[in-house]
Design a protein around this ligand. Structure first.
Ligand SMILES: NC(=O)C1=CN([C@@H]2O[C@H](COP(=O)(O)OP(=O)(O)OC[C@H]3O[C@@H](n4cnc5c(N)ncnc54)[C@H](OP(=O)(O)O)[C@@H]3O)[C@@H](O)[C@H]2O)C=CC1
Ligand SMILES: O=C1OC[C@@H](O)[C@H](O)[C@H]1O
Length: 384
């Protein structure tokens, strides 16, 4: 067996998820049975100050020689970085990922990939031109639980999937939690609202079951009907969005399949501590697969077949002393792709990320959700 290749990460931004992701990166891959790659953190950058980046590196337990930068521009020039993880708000993904790509860096960019499909297409175009790896960090797709769900579908366990009902909603009490309107959850300038932050997961479960599982050569984009309720306090951010999708399929594939994807930051999928209501139901003529909340970090499934079979499974997140959060699986995939010379993630390629952005563009169009023009642009000046 060959020894694991070490992949060197740079972390762009030092907020909440950058901290969680970087701690996960530093969990020994052997604890989850991965022997092909190892991760190290060689640098982090904060747009606020170098000292913030220094503190971040201390907090996450990065190697003592990891470099701290006070600007993203300095980070992307560091020759020792193999992949940059972009962890800024949605509004900034395009400009930050573009900065990395223009500087010749491979990129793993947080969800939602960009503000709109035009920006996603442009990033994919630059990555292709420069022969770089680019992947949207939809971590849930890389969970062993998600691999299992997709395998149950492709092996025909429940028959051709006829319908998927998928919700990712959290009762966040926005007027109190985000009273000043500045939080990225509700701030239009940061592309706030439920759709891009939480709705992306409702759509992830729909797409990974009804689209990704189909033959890549023949699958068709879905038709969409959507409604949006905007959050009154800040306007151009949704408090909930509801989507009905029709996935065209041939008669041999079971004919058209339907999905309902819902998201809210006002009401919860499963109120209180109750996790007994499935957040995803994948239904076929021979039975259904249920996934239990939270939709973004699920750890329980139930397969219920019409013949009375019930298979309930737990999917604990590995890692010593409960350290693991589950973000390491997407990091492993990015690192393996880098080592193998692949340019996209294997469970969600760029075409699919772009298609999901197109669906969310259409949701906003039908629902009347218009973000500020300045964050919809593809013309951000890149200064290296
Ligand atoms: N996969 C997952 O489970 C999760 C993913 N996310 C995604 O991660 C991204 C970041 O979310 P999160 O970490 O919660 O956000 P935070 O607000 O905690 O952090 C965002 C960081 O981005 C940097 N930043 C750069 N420009 C701005 C700006 N104009 N306003 C605010 N921050 C800015 C800041 O870092 P600095 O000052 O160092 O430059 C800031 O700390 C989002 O895309 C979100 O959807 C979030 C939570 C969970
Ligand atoms: O990706 C996410 O998952 C967890 C949520 O709490 C968070 O708002 C979102 O960004």
């Amino acid at each position: 067996m060959s020894s694991p290749k070490t992949v060197r990460w740079g972390i762009l931004a030092t907020g909440g998820i950058a901290n969680t992701f970087t701690k996960d990166l530093l969990v020994d891959p052997k604890t989850r049975g991965v022997s092909s790659v190892k991760h190290t953190v060689v640098a982090a950058a904060s747009s606020s100050s170098k000292s913030r980046a220094e503190q971040f590196l201390k907090d996450v337990g990065a190697p003592s020689d990891a470099k701290a930068y006070g600007s993203y521009e300095e980070l992307v020039k560091d020759p020792n970085i193999d992949i940059v993880y972009v962890a800024t708000p949605h509004s900034h993904h395009y400009q930050n990922a573009r900065l990395c790509l223009e500087a010749g860096k491979n990129v793993l960019c947080e969800k939602a990939f960009t503000v709109n499909a035009a920006q996603a297409r442009k990033l994919a175009e630059i990555a292709k031109e420069k022969d770089l790896f680019l992947m949207e960090a939809v971590w849930t797709r890389y969970f062993p639980l998600s691999i299992y769900v997709r395998e149950q579908i492709t092996s025909g366990r429940i028959g051709p999937v006829a319908r998927v009902i998928s919700d990712n909603s959290m009762a966040l009490d926005p007027e109190n939690s985000f009273a000043d309107g500045k939080s990225r959850m509700v701030n239009p300038d940061l592309a706030g609202g439920a759709l891009l932050d939480l709705g992306i997961y409702a759509l992830t479960h729909v797409f990974q079951t009804l689209y990704h599982t189909q033959d890549a050569k023949t699958r068709q984009p879905p038709k969409l009907l959507a409604f949006v309720k905007n959050y009154e306090a800040t306007g151009a951010a949704d408090e909930h969005s509801t989507m009905i999708l029709n996935f065209p399929r041939s008669k041999e594939q079971g004919g058209d399949a339907h999905a309902v994807a819902t998201t809210s930051l006002r009401v919860a999928t499963s109120p209180g501590q109750n996790q007994d209501t499935p957040c995803v139901r994948i239904q076929g003529p021979k039975g259904e697969i249920q996934v239990f909340p939270p939709s973004f970090r699920p750890t329980k499934t139930k397969l219920i077949l019409s013949d009375g079979t019930v298979e309930a499974k737990d999917w604990p997140i590995p890692g010593p002393e409960g350290e693991g959060h589950g973000m390491f699986w997407e990091a492993d995939e990015a690192a393996e792709a880098f080592v193998e010379g692949r340019k996209e993630g294997k469970y969600e390629g760029l075409d699919e990320s772009i298609l999901i952005m197109e669906v969310m563009d259409e949701v906003r169009k039908q629902g009347g959700l218009v973000y500020p023009e300045k964050i919809e642009s593809v013309d951000f000046p890149v200064q290296l």
